[in-house]
Design a binder for this molecule. Structure first.
Ligand SMILES: [Mn+2]
Length: 333
């Protein structure tokens, strides 16, 4: 899209927001740091600007993110008042909002605010920038464009979002812009040490035991290009861990030097397998996730596949090895 086209889109989106009588801000199921930080940062800023706002997420907030300001404000279903505008953050396709989809799809105006490189854009207006390290970077730009002040609460939410989606400013999506925005958020009152402790250093005993189980089951393919692990329903029962306690385990698999792709298969109950994929950049794992009905980014993606666990795992491993052995587009120029 041309610069002027993008600028017009921003102007129209801002006009929709500023003239709204009520806004539903929503994010995806199984929310992560970017989903929740973007949802809360944006909702707080709009509410403080005098707009009527409901912050919506169909799934519960993982305990890791219970420290975020105004987290108790999040509703799992729409409130008893009707919005005229919806802003959906960090969702690659409207279906990602889960049970909230009908309530959002029925709104007069919908804004898709996201950083996925998507073919599933939706809504009247799209504030989509795949070069953003986190959706929160786009929220930051939107609030700046609207000239809304960033206080410590809003800054904390947005900082937590950028921190987690860039893998503590380590992943390939980390840019000078991510760091500049993070610096502005710290200046606005976000506390980097306190937030990092909350997100990364308060893992529960149960979750740590679950991590141990996952690490004990590490397996590599014979060519050493793919490393994977699995968690079965019994592992959750035995450790007392919950399904959101798998967050962060994939980072330990990804940290192994050598393999180009890391995969974590999680079978929270017996009818589906949740697959997390990480790549060193040599294959686009979002394309593999897409084949299985999921999505994500080139270096981090996921999908949930129904079927017998062993069969699902075999199919995903086959798809990954096929992708790894395909001549890459980069090689072709
Ligand atoms: Mn994100």
């Amino acid at each position: 899209m041309s610069e002027s086209g993008a600028a017009r889109e921003w102007t129209r989106a801002i006009r929709l927001i500023e003239t709204s009588s009520g806004i539903y801000v929503a994010t995806h199921i199984r929310p992560d740091g970017d989903a929740l930080g973007s949802l809360l940062g944006l909702s707080l800023a709009l509410e403080k600007a005098g707009l009527q706002v409901a912050a919506l997420c169909a799934d519960p907030v993982p305990s890791t993110y219970a420290f975020l300001p105004a987290v108790d404000w999040i509703l799992s279903s729409p409130p008893d008042w009707q919005a005229d505008v919806g802003i959906v953050v960090d969702c690659d396709g409207l279906a990602r909002v889960g049970a909230l989809e009908p309530a959002l799809a029925g709104l007069p105006s919908l804004i898709d605010l996201d950083h996925h490189d998507t073919e599933q854009a939706f809504g009247q207006e799209q504030l989509i920038d795949p070069t953003a390290g986190a959706s929160a970077e786009i929220v930051y730009d939107l609030l700046r464009e609207m000239e809304l002040p960033l206080d410590a609460e809003i800054s904390t939410c947005l900082y937590a979002a950028v921190l987690t989606d860039t893998g503590r400013f380590c992943y390939g999506n980390t840019t000078a812009r991510s760091l500049r925005i993070a610096a502005e958020l710290v200046a606005g009152g976000a506390d980097p040490h306190a937030i990092a402790r909350k997100v990364y250093e308060e893992r529960s005993m149960a979750a740590t035991h679950l991590l141990g189980v996952a690490l004990s089951r590490l397996a590599a393919t014979t060519d050493g290009q793919v490393v994977s692990s699995v968690l079965r329903p019994a592992d959750f029962a035995e450790t007392g861990a919950s399904s959101s306690d798998t967050d962060g385990i994939i980072a330990h698999l990804r940290a192994i030097g050598g393999p180009r792709v890391a995969i974590l298969f999680v079978e929270p109950d017996h009818d589906a397998v949740r697959v997390s994929l990480r790549s060193d950049g040599s294959v686009d794992v979002s394309e593999i996730a897409l084949e299985f009905g999921g999505g994500g980014h080139a270096m981090a993606a996921g999908c949930t596949v129904t079927g017998k666990a062993e069969l699902v795992e075999r199919r995903v491993l086959d798809a990954v090895s096929l992708a790894l052995n395909r001549p890459s587009e980069q090689d072709a120029g």
